[in-house]
Design a protein around this ligand. Structure first.
Ligand SMILES: Nc1nc2c(c(=O)[nH]1)N[C@H]1C(S)=C(S)[C@@H](COP(=O)(O)OP(=O)(O)OC[C@H]3O[C@@H](n4cnc5c(=O)[nH]c(N)nc54)[C@H](O)[C@@H]3O)O[C@H]1N2
Ligand SMILES: Nc1nc2c(c(=O)[nH]1)N[C@H]1C(S)=C(S)[C@@H](COP(=O)(O)OP(=O)(O)OC[C@H]3O[C@@H](n4cnc5c(=O)[nH]c(N)nc54)[C@H](O)[C@@H]3O)O[C@H]1N2
Ligand SMILES: [Mo]
Length: 775
C-alpha cells in the first residue's frame, strides 16, 4: 500500500503524518512553517505504542470490593481487569449516580486540569465539563499551573480587562523590532517553549521574529540561571543569577533609579498609587510592615543575594533609564514560593522607568513562555465546544488538589477569601496528567488513596491512569475528525482523521453520550447531534460570530475542503496599557484607585505575611541559605523534547535520555564536587523524595544550579527511589506561592546529587499495568 500524507495539528504546531497501511510511519513539517518544531518526531512511536489504552479496564480491587478509599491505588504491582464497553459504562453510570445522590454533585471533582490535545471539538476538558454539567455539576478548579500568581495578582493591581490583555494579547514581535531598544527578560526567552501554543500554530515564527528583532538592533539582556535560555542568534547578554533572586535584583535597580534621580516621578504621580511607600521601602526607611526602619535595597545588598556585581546592576539600571526598555518576566519566575513578588516588582520597575504604555516598552509577562506571545491574535474569539453551565458553586485553586483530597473541610486562604475544601468522593480526569504535573508525587499518591472512586480517560497508560479505578480508552487526534485554532495564530485548521482507532478506543463524545443515556440525559448532552454535526455547528457558530464583526469566512464545506481558513484581524499592535497612558482619567484601570497599584490597600488588608501590600523581598527556599544537606538548586523547567509528559516514548524525547532516564544538566565544577560524570546514572534527592537521572555536564548552568526538565513518565516501580525515570516532581514541594494566589511552585527545589551505587533498576514507566494485554 502506498503512503499518504494527512495534515494534523498539535499544541506543538501543525504538520503532516505519513500513513502506510493504517499506521503512522513518519512526519513531515508543514511546507509553510519557517521553523518547525522537532517535537513532532515523537508522534509515530507514541501513536502505536504498547502503552496505549486499548480496552476499558477496571482495577481488580475496586471491582471486587466496590468503591472506597484505598491506599494501594497506584501501587506498581496493582492489577486491572479488562471489561466490555457495556460493562464499564454500566458500572461508571451507576457510580456517578450513587455519588451525586449520596453526597451531592460537589463531591465529584471534575477540574481535570491539563493540556489534552489541540482539537476544539474533541477537547477533553470541554467534553468532560459539558457532561458533568449535564448531570448536575461538579467541583471545578480555577487558574493554571502556568501562571497562577499572575492570574490572581494582576486583576488586583492593574484590574481586569488589562490583566487579561497582559496574558493573552501581547504586542507583536514586530512592535518590539520597531520600537524597543533594550529588552530585559527575567527567565530568558526559551525558544523551545515558543513551540507550544494552546491549540497550536500553523507556523512557528517566534524564533525568526526574535532574530529579526536582534538584527534590527534590539539589545537583549537575559537574567537567568541558564546561559542558553535565549536563542543564540539574539546574542543576549547573560546576567547569571540564582533562581529566586529576581526580586532582589529588581529592587536594587529601582534603588539606583530613585537615588540617581532617574525614576520618572511624573509617570509615578500620574499613573500609579503607592510609589512613595515602595520608595521608602527600597531606600530602607521602612520595612515591609511599615512600622520599623528596614534594609536599604542597594546594589551592594542585591549583590550579596544574587552574586551580580553592584557596579553591573548600576550600569544596567542607567542603561534601562536611557533606552526604550521592555521588562519581561517569564512565567517560570512566578512558579515558586512568593512568586507574586518578582511580577509585582517587575511592573514597579517598569513604572519607575516611566515607559509603561509606550509601544515596545513597559512591562510584559510571557515572551518566551509560549508561542502565541507576540505572535498575533484575533479579537473575534475562537470556535469552541459549548460546555453549558455548572449549577454547583464549588472550586479550588488548581494546584491545591492534594490538600483538597487529604483535608476535606480543611481551611485555606485564597485571594482574600477564607475557604474550606469540599468533601470529594469521586475524581474524574480527562486530558491531563496530575502524576506529571503536580508537586510531591508521593504525597499525591497518598491523596489519590482517599476518594472512593477515580476515573481517568486516557489515550495512554500514564501514571495517572495507573491511579484510576476505571480507565476509559480515548482516541487520539489522529483517530478522529476535528478542527483547531489558537489565540496565537490567524487560521482555523482542519484535522481530518488519519488512522483507525487503536484497539477499542472511542471518541470521548460517544462515551459521554452513552453515559448520559444511562442517566436519562442523552438528549440533553447531545442536543441530538453526532460529534460530526457538532463540528459543523461549532464552526458555523464561530462563522456567525465573525460575521457580527463584519468579516466573512467560507462555510463549513469549503473550509473542510480547503483544510484551512484565515481568521480576520490582527489587533496586537497597541501597546499594553497604551489607552490608559493616553487618557488616565477618561480610561482609568479597573482597580480601586483607577491606577496601577504599586501599593494595594486591598491586598494589604488581607494581612498575608507571605504577600503584603507592595512588592517586597521574601527569600524563598531556593535562596534562603539554609544548610539542610541539599546544596544545589534544581530547575524543573519545561522539556525541549516534548510537551509536558506527552509522547515521552517518542523518538525525539527518547533521543535526549541518558541511560534511558531524564537528562540532568550540571556544571563541570558541581559535577566534580558531587563525584559524577557525563553519562552516569545518579540519584537526585530532596527533602521530599528522590529520583534517578542521567548526567549531562554543561557549561550553560550557573554553579550551584542543576536542571531536570519536567515530563519523564513517573516510575515508582523501583524500591528505595521515588521515581526511577527522572520525574522532578518526585522531588518538589507541594506548597502554594502564597495565601493570595496559591499558585504552583514546582519550578525549583533544593537537592543533592550523588553517584548511584548498586544495580541500576530498569525504567518500567511505559509498561502497561498487570492484567493488561497488548494487542
Ligand atoms: N515541577 C514542575 N511541575 C510542573 C511545571 C513546572 O514548571 N515544574 N509546569 C506546570 C505547567 S505550566 C503545566 S501547564 C502542567 C502540564 O501538565 P499536563 O497538562 O497535565 O501535562 P500533559 O502531559 O500535557 O497531560 C495531558 C494528558 O492528556 C492526555 N491526552 C492527550 N489527548 C487526549 C485526549 O484526546 N483525551 C484524553 N482523555 N486525554 C488525552 C495525554 O496522554 C496526557 O497524559 O505541568 C505543570 N507541572
Ligand atoms: N517544548 C515545550 N514548550 C513548552 C512547554 C513544554 O512542555 N514543552 N510547556 C508550555 C507551558 S504549559 C508553559 S506554562 C510554558 C512555561 O513557560 P516558562 O515558565 O517561561 O518556562 P520554563 O521552561 O519553566 O522556564 C524558563 C526558564 O526560566 C528560568 N528560570 C527558572 N526559575 C527562574 C528564576 O527564579 N529566575 C530567573 N530569572 N529565571 C528562572 C529557567 O532557566 C528556565 O529555563 O511553556 C510552554 N512551552
Ligand atoms: Mo503551563
Amino acid at each position: 500500500m502506498s503512503a499518504t500524507l494527512r495534515p494534523t495539528s498539535a499544541h506543538w504546531g501543525s504538520y503532516q503524518v505519513v500513513v502506510e497501511d493504517d499506521r503512522v510511519v513518519g512526519v513531515r513539517p508543514d511546507p509553510d512553517d519557517p521553523a518547525p518544531s522537532p517535537v513532532m518526531a515523537n508522534t509515530p512511536a507514541a501513536q502505536h505504542h504498547a502503552s496505549r489504552v486499548a480496552r476499558p479496564a477496571v482495577r481488580r480491587r475496586w471491582l471486587e470490593r466496590g468503591p472506597g478509599p484505598d491506599p494501594r491505588r497506584g501501587a506498581p504491582d496493582d492489577d486491572y481487569v479488562e471489561v466490555e464497553w457495556a460493562t464499564v459504562l454500566d458500572l461508571l453510570a451507576a457510580e456517578l449516580d450513587r455519588v451525586r445522590t449520596e453526597h451531592g454533585n460537589a463531591a465529584i471533582f471534575g477540574g481535570s486540569y491539563g493540556w489534552g490535545s489541540a482539537g476544539r471539538v474533541h477537547h477533553a476538558q470541554s467534553q468532560l465539563h459539558r457532561f458533568l454539567n449535564t448531570i448536575g455539576g461538579y467541583t471545578r478548579s480555577v487558574a493554571t499551573y502556568s501562571h497562577g500568581a499572575v492570574e490572581v495578582l494582576f486583576p488586583r493591581i492593574i484590574g481586569t480587562p488589562a490583566a487579561n490583555r497582559l496574558l493573552h494579547r501581547a504586542p507583536a514581535w514586530t512592535q518590539i523590532r520597531e520600537h524597543t531598544e533594550l529588552l530585559v527578560t527575567f527567565g530568558g526567552l526559551r525558544l523551545s517553549n515558543t513551540w507550544t501554543t494552546s491549540g497550536g500554530r500553523a507556523a512557528q515564527t517566534a524564533g525568526p521574529e526574535m532574530r529579526a528583532a536582534s538584527e534590527a538592533g534590539v539589545e537583549f539582556v537575559s537574567v537567568s540561571p541558564l546561559s542558553d535560555d535565549t536563542p543564540e542568534d539574539v546574542k543576549a547578554e547573560w546576567v547569571s543569577i540564582p533562581p529566586g533572586a529576581d526580586t532582589a535584583v529588581m529592587l536594587a535597580l529601582m534603588h539606583v533609579l530613585f537615588t540617581e534621580g532617574l525614576a520618572d516621578t511624573r509617570f509615578l504621580d500620574r499613573y500609579t498609587v503607592g510609589a512613595d511607600v515602595l520608595r521608602s521601602y527600597v531606600l530602607g526607611e521602612r520595612d515591609e510592615r511599615g512600622d520599623r526602619p528596614g534594609v536599604e535595597r542597594s546594589p551592594e545588598w542585591a549583590e550579596r543575594i544574587s552574586g551580580v556585581p553592584a557596579g553591573e546592576l548600576r550600569t544596567l539600571a542607567r542603561r534601562m533609564a536611557e533606552k526604550r526598555t521592555l521588562v519581561n518576566v517569564g512565567w517560570s519566575v512566578q512558579r515558586a514560593r512568593y512568586g507574586e513578588q518578582p511580577l509585582w516588582a517587575g511592573l514597579a520597575l517598569a513604572c519607575c522607568l516611566g515607559q509603561v504604555g509606550l509601544p515596545g516598552a513597559g512591562f510584559a509577562s510571557g515572551y518566551g513562555s509560549m508561542g502565541n506571545y507576540g505572535g498575533g491574535s484575533t479579537p473575534m474569539g475562537l470556535p469552541r465546544m459549548p460546555q453549558g453551565a455548572n449549577p454547583v458553586d464549588s472550586s479550588i485553586p488548581v494546584a491545591r488538589i492534594a490538600d483538597m483530597l487529604l483535608e476535606p473541610g480543611g481551611r485555606y486562604d485564597f485571594d482574600g477569601e477564607e475557604r474550606r475544601y469540599p468533601d470529594v468522593r469521586l475524581v474524574y480526569w480527562a486530558g491531563g496528567n496530575p502524576f506529571h504535573h503536580h508537586q510531591d508525587l508521593e504525597r499525591l499518591t497518598g491523596a489519590f488513596g482517599r476518594p472512593e472512586t477515580v476515573v481517568v480517560h486516557e489515550t495512554h497508560w500514564t501514571a495517572t491512569a495507573r491511579h484510576a479505578d476505571i480507565v476509559i480508552p480515548s482516541t487520539t487526534v489522529l483517530e478522529r475528525d476535528d478542527l483547531t485554532a489558537s489565540k496565537g495564530d490567524l487560521s482555523v485548521r482542519a484535522m481530518p482523521r488519519a488512522v483507525s482507532p487503536h484497539g477499542q478506543a472511542r471518541d470521548e463524545y460517544d462515551t459521554y453520550a452513552d453515559l448520559a443515556g444511562r442517566l436519562g440525559l442523552r438528549e440533553e448532552f447531545t442536543e441530538g447531534r453526532t460529534s460530526a454535526q457538532w463540528m459543523r455547528s461549532v464552526y458555523e457558530r464561530w462563522r456567525s460570530l465573525v460575521a457580527r464583526h463584519g468579516a466573512e469566512v467560507p462555510g463549513f464545506e469549503e473550509f473542510w475542503e480547503r483544510g484551512r481558513v484565515e481568521m480576520p484581524g490582527r489587533v496586537e499592535d497597541e501597546a499594553l496599557l497604551g489607552e490608559f497612558r493616553a487618557d488616565p482619567e477618561g480610561r482609568p484601570l479597573r482597580t480601586p484607585s483607577g491606577r496601577i497599584e504599586l501599593f494595594s490597600e486591598t491586598i494589604a488588608s488581607f494581612g498575608y505575611e507571605d504577600c503584603p501590600g507592595h512588592p517586597v523581598w521574601l527569600p524563598g527556599p531556593a535562596v534562603d541559605g539554609a544548610d539542610d544537606g541539599f546544596p544545589l538548586v534544581l530547575l524543573a523547567n519545561q522539556p525541549s523534547g516534548r510537551l509536558h509528559s506527552q509522547q515521552d516514548m517518542g523518538a525525539h524525547s527518547m533521543s535526549q535520555k541518558v541511560g534511558g532516564r531524564s537528562p540532568l544538566r550540571i556544571g563541570p565544577g558541581d559535577a566534580r564536587a558531587c563525584g559524577v560524570a557525563d553519562g552516569d546514572v545518579v540519584r537526585v534527592s530532596s527533602g521530599r523524595g528522590s529520583c534517578l537521572a542521567g548526567v549531562v555536564v554543561s557549561d550553560a548552568l550557573r554553579p550551584g544550579v542543576v536542571q531536570l526538565s519536567t515530563g519523564a513518565w513517573y516510575d515508582p516501580s523501583a524500591p528505595g527511589v521515588t521515581c526511577a525515570h527522572g520525574n522532578p516532581n518526585a522531588l518538589t514541594e507541594d506548597v502554594g506561592t502564597s495565601r493570595l494566589s496559591q499558585g504552583c511552585t514546582g519550578q525549583t527545589v533544593r537537592v543533592r546529587v550523588e553517584p548511584f551505587t548498586g544495580p541500576v533498576p530498569p525504567v518500567r514507566a511505559f509498561e502497561p499495568p498487570v492484567g493488561i494485554t497488548v494487542p
